[in-house]
Design a protein around this ligand. Structure first.
Ligand code: ZN
Length: 167
């Protein structure tokens, strides 16, 4: 069974240069580095192209991991949602509030918006999380959805807000 406590399972192997959390191999990168990669992708691929790339990457990551968490944490309904909110907060991805009734997710302090810089963008920038949230809502309501980010801290909103839309 996959554990879900990030702090308790963080494991450093300094001799081999490896790191893992919840038994999953991982690496730590700064928010600025992630934002830098995204900003360069926007220059090379255009804003639209970069948005699609990051959205699809997030959706794929979400599809793989959320169904594993759902299966292996052995939690259902509200208990699973609370565990997921705690898990992403521990990862430093932001403070998630999942409103499953309205197929909506709010994130305060999204790691992407924080890296990008508050009020730096004219449009929402959290494309990876947007795709990830599409997989999260898809798993929770058992119906395929896409997700749109309508509010974003990077464009000056207090938090980022994601809504499911019919694909
Ligand atoms: Zn955002």
């Amino acid at each position: 069974m996959l554990p879900r406590k990030v702090k308790e399972t963080a494991e450093w192997k300094r001799d081999s240069g490896e790191f893992s959390v919840i038994t999953v191999p991982a690496a730590i990168i700064s928010l600025k580095t992630f934002a830098r990669i995204q900003k360069d992708a926007e220059k090379i691929l255009g804003a639209e192209g970069a948005a699609v790339l990051l959205y699809e990457a997030g959706k794929d990551a979400g599809k793989t991991w959320i169904s594993r968490f759902h299966g292996e944490w052995e939690l259902k309904g509200r208990d699973f949602i609370t565990a997921a909110e705690e898990f992403y907060a521990e990862l430093g991805w932001g403070k998630f509030s999942i409103d499953i009734e309205h197929h909506a997710i709010c994130i305060e302090n999204s790691f992407i918006a924080r890296g990008y810089g508050k009020g730096e963008a004219k449009k929402p920038v959290c494309h990876f999380l947007c795709g990830y949230n599409a997989s999260l809502i898809t798993e929770l309501i058992n119906t395929p959805v896409d997700v749109e980010e309508r509010k974003c801290m990077a464009k000056g909103d207090r938090y980022c807000e994601f809504f499911a839309v019919t694909p």
